[in-house]
Design a binder for this molecule. Structure first.
Ligand SMILES: Nc1ncnc2c1ncn2[C@@H]1O[C@H](COP(=O)(O)OP(=O)(O)OP(=O)(O)O)[C@@H](O)[C@H]1O
Ligand SMILES: [Mg+2]
Length: 222
């Protein structure tokens, strides 16, 4: 049976679409078959041309249910559902149909407030620092911001997906044939991290994430 991941959350512009495509791309680089499923009725779906993964237009509730049902019938596929901003009711429906739920957020107080609200509402969801700063000073400030959160929320925050300008390439209508190695490496590391959540759905998640984060750090150096 296919596994379903959704990338959702109430706040706009947090990176849901970018991360959905990056994750789908990364999964294929790890040898998995992936479908990036667009559920946001305010956006146009992107062309499949040049992508290693399938793209599906599931902007209506009927299409969404059909696509997810179809994916569930397929063995060894992973469906990545791209959410849309300001849609709490739809987010709850996507949450209910998913095995892993990611809530991207940026390093702002407003994003933190929104993601905490979503974490409260969606108890099995993980918060994912997105477009995370690489610059030492900004990174320190972002870490301090997270440190202000209660432990029960901090425990549900995954390692960050860093700001990466080449991630925009995957949102182009046509994806270039040769993608930068840094994008491929980040996509692969992100996909490994998400697969670690599937593999250790219970107490070992933290340990599995630590291993995935270390592996990605080691990979980035080559
Ligand atoms: N890791 C990243 N590094 C650099 N830029 C990024 C990254 N992730 C997203 N962006 C940029 O941030 C903007 C918003 O990203 P995106 O469209 O993926 O967010 P979204 O959550 O899907 O937005 P919406 O709520 O409108 O659907 C885009 O310009 C995108 O290129
Ligand atoms: Mg989007």
């Amino acid at each position: 049976m296919a596994e379903i991941i959704c990338i959702i959350g109430n706040k706009g512009g947090t990176g849901k679409t970018t991360l959905s495509h990056t994750l789908s791309h990364g999964l294929t680089l790890l040898g998995r078959r992936a479908a990036c499923v667009m559920t946001d009725e305010d956006r146009e779906p992107l062309s499949p041309q040049g992508r290693r993964y399938v793209v599906a237009d599931a902007r209506s509730p009927v299409a969404r249910n059909k696509v997810v049902e179809k994916l569930r019938d397929l063995k060894s596929w992973i469906g990545v559902l791209d959410g849309g901003a300001n849609r709490t009711e739809t987010d709850i429906l996507l949450y209910q149909m998913s095995d892993v739920v990611l809530l991207p957020f940026r390093d702002s107080a407003e994003d933190l407030r929104t993601v905490m609200r979503d974490l409260d509402l969606l108890p099995k969801a993980w918060a994912l620092p997105s477009q995370w700063p690489r610059n030492r000073f900004q990174l320190d400030a972002a870490t301090r911001l997270i440190d202000t959160l209660p432990l029960e929320f901090r425990e549900r925050i995954l390692p960050p997906f860093f700001a990466l300008s080449s991630s925009k390439l995957l949102l182009q209508e046509r994806v270039p044939e040769d993608l930068p190695a840094q994008l491929n490496n980040s996509a692969r590391a992100f996909a490994k991290q998400v697969l670690a959540i599937f593999e250790d759905p219970h107490d070992d998640v933290a340990d599995a994430l630590e291993r995935a984060a270390l592996a990605s750090e080691l990979n980035e150096q080559d």
